[in-house]
Structure formats: structure tokens, C-alpha cells
Design a protein around this ligand. Structure first.
Ligand code: CUA
Length: 338
């Protein structure tokens, strides 16, 4: 009888485990996988999830079975019989979870080191996190941008810097997640496999604007990436060319690199974000002092419907005087004010 009950419980538990595990497996729980690292991370995820689902189903199956099969009759007022330990059982329920947890740790460790392995000539992107914007610097192309621009199938080493508090870099489709910590440089690796646009998300609570601290990860084909690398070179430091619209070009570069596009819509900069006020409308008729004050002291006047303390208040320190002048002029020119 006892043996039969144990066998019944185990059979029910295993069946429940297979059914729930099977259902879980065929539901698309995870975002698209768009990097070579994603497959490795997903392997670990599924290994851990399946172990957990099977164990949960076994425990829940045994508990439900015992509640149904061994329930005391209504007129049974006796205490349960005292039970002493069962050494054999205790050895097994210690050994099996230990083996499973060690297996998870070893499997994760191996896959993480495989995911982070990069060729020594991997392209480098310097990523800077600050309340509440990302900026991306490309030493090879001598460019800075408010978006993470990558070339498909090219491994990239991401160096993470934080200017103020701890942030965390994550693109769900790439799976790799890493903290950006003030004072040290942390790294992660990405080899994008699909052309497309993804979200860069901050996943460490970093202040009032944490939930809006986003940027775009744009994966381009080799040709488009080469074109992007060349784009805007004339206005940059590298090439001597065109100085005609120097002031305006610089202002737009500051707009991009300071992360303005992460929060504000401005058609002149091609940005469509809706976190902060729409600059195309709010700056119409604005004068130079107002624009300048709104950048260096964002709380001085809060647009209706928006919260104070979301926009960083340190642009005066972060931008040089020339950068600030260029940015103010660019904004005024963009909306036709003066
Ligand atoms: Cu930066 Cu949350």
C-alpha cells in the first residue's frame, strides 16, 4: 500500500511536471534573440526554468496527493503519530538539490564566459550613463551619438562608465546585462545578428527619471554602418572640411551627445521621444535667455503636465560654454526663434 502510494505520487508529479514544462516551453516567453550571446543566455534560462518547474510540480503533486489520499476522516480527533527523522530521505533531499544548484552554477559560469569571449580586435564602444540618459562614443569612428549604432555580425566590446550613480545597461534582444558603476569601467560583449532597432533600457533604479532612461540600439548592415561612420565627418574634429554651418552642426552634435534626443521631440534633430516637452512646440516664440535657463536650470520653469527633477540639472557643468552656446543657438534656429 505504502509503496503503491509513493509510486502513484511520483507518477502524478512527473506527469504534472511534463505537462507544465511542455506548456511553458511552447509559449514564447522571451523577446526575440538578436545576438550570438542570446542563445547561450537562453540555454541557461531554460535549464534553470525546467529544473524549477519539475521540482515545483513534484512537490505540489505530492502535497495535493497527500491532502486528498491521507486526509483524516471528519470524526478522527486523534493527534498524528509522532515521526522521527528518516536519515535516508534527508540524505537524498540534501544531495539532489545540492547537485542541481551546483549544476546551475557551473552551467551559468561556462555559458557566461563563452558569451563574454571576444576576439582581441573587437570593436569598442564607450557607453556613458548619467541621470537620465545614455551616450555612446565610438573611438574607431571618432563619433559620439545618443543611440547605440552597431554593425550586424561584428563583435563589440561595450565599456560602461557612470557619471553619477549606478545604472545598468540592458538590451533585452541581446540578453547581456551589465551595471555601470561610478569610478570603475565594467564591460560586456555583444555580437548583433539581426538588423533592426531595439531598446536600450536602464535596469538599475537610479532616480526619478529611471523609467525614462532609454536609448535606441540600431543594428545596421555593413554598408549602412560604413555610411553612418562617414556621415557628419565634415563637421567633426577629424576632417578639415565645411565650416559654413559650423555653429549649427555643432549644436546638433551636442543635442545628440548630451542625450537630449532621448527625451525630447525635435524635428530638426530627427528625434521623436515623448518623455519631456516637445521642443518643436514649446520653443516656438521662446527667447535666448529662456532656452538657456531651461537647459542649465530645468526646474526653474516646468512645462504643464511634466514633473520637476526628471531632466538632469548639471548641464552647465557637463557642457563647455561653447557647447552650451551652440546648443542654445541650434534650438532657437530649429524652431525659427531668435
Ligand atoms: Cu539609469 Cu535607471
Amino acid at each position: 500500500m505504502r509503496r503503491r502510494a509513493i509510486i502513484q505520487m511520483i507518477v502524478i508529479g512527473v506527469l504534472a511536471g511534463i505537462v507544465t514544462g511542455g506548456v511553458a516551453y511552447f509559449v514564447p516567453w522571451l523577446p526575440d534573440a538578436a545576438s550570438t550571446q542570446a542563445g547561450l543566455i537562453d540555454e541557461v534560462y531554460w535549464f534553470v526554468a525546467i529544473v524549477c518547474v519539475v521540482i515545483f510540480a513534484l512537490v505540489a503533486g505530492v502535497a495535493l496527493y497527500a491532502g486528498w489520499k491521507f486526509r483524516a476522516p471528519d470524526d478522527d480527533m486523534d493527534d498524528g503519530s509522532p515521526i522521527h527523522g528518516h536519515t535516508g530521505l534527508e540524505i537524498w533531499w540534501t544531495a539532489i538539490p545540492t547537485a542541481l544548484v551546483v549544476a546551475m552554477a557551473v552551467f551559468s559560469g561556462i555559458n557566461l564566459s563563452r558569451a563574454e569571449a571576444l576576439p582581441s580586435d573587437a570593436r569598442v564602444v564607450e557607453v556613458t550613463a548619467q541621470q537620465f540618459a545614455w551616450s555612446f562614443q565610438y573611438p574607431e569612428a571618432d563619433k559620439t551619438s545618443g543611440d547605440l549604432v552597431l554593425e550586424v555580425d561584428v563583435p563589440v566590446k561595450i565599456n560602461l562608465h557612470a557619471n553619477d550613480v549606478i545604472h545598468s545597461f540592458w538590451v533585452p534582444e541581446f540578453r547581456m546585462k551589465q551595471d555601470a558603476v561610478p569610478g570603475i569601467v565594467t564591460t560586456t560583449a555583444i555580437t548583433p545578428t539581426k538588423v533592426g532597432e531595439y531598446d536600450v533600457i536602464c535596469t538599475e533604479l537610479c532616480g526619478l527619471g529611471h523609467s525614462v532612461m532609454r536609448a535606441k540600439a540600431i543594428v545596421l548592415s555593413a554598408e549602412d554602418y560604413a555610411a553612418w561612420e562617414k556621415e557628419g565627418e565634415g563637421g567633426g574634429a577629424g576632417q578639415g572640411g565645411g565650416t559654413g554651418t559650423g555653429g549649427k552642426a555643432d549644436g546638433k552634435a551636442v543635442f545628440d551627445s548630451a542625450g537630449c534626443a532621448g527625451c525630447h521631440t525635435l524635428s530638426a534633430a530627427g528625434s521623436t521621444a515623448e518623455v519631456g516637452p516637445d521642443l518643436d512646440t514649446i520653443l516656438v516664440g521662446a527667447d535666448e535667455p529662456f532656452v538657456r535657463e531651461s537647459i542649465i536650470d530645468p526646474n526653474a520653469e516646468i512645462a504643464e503636465g511634466y514633473q520637476p527633477n526628471v531632466m538632469p540639472g548639471d548641464y552647465e557643468q557637463r557642457l563647455s560654454d561653447e557647447e552650451l552656446d551652440a546648443l542654445v543657438q541650434f534650438l532657437l534656429d530649429s524652431v525659427g526663434s531668435s
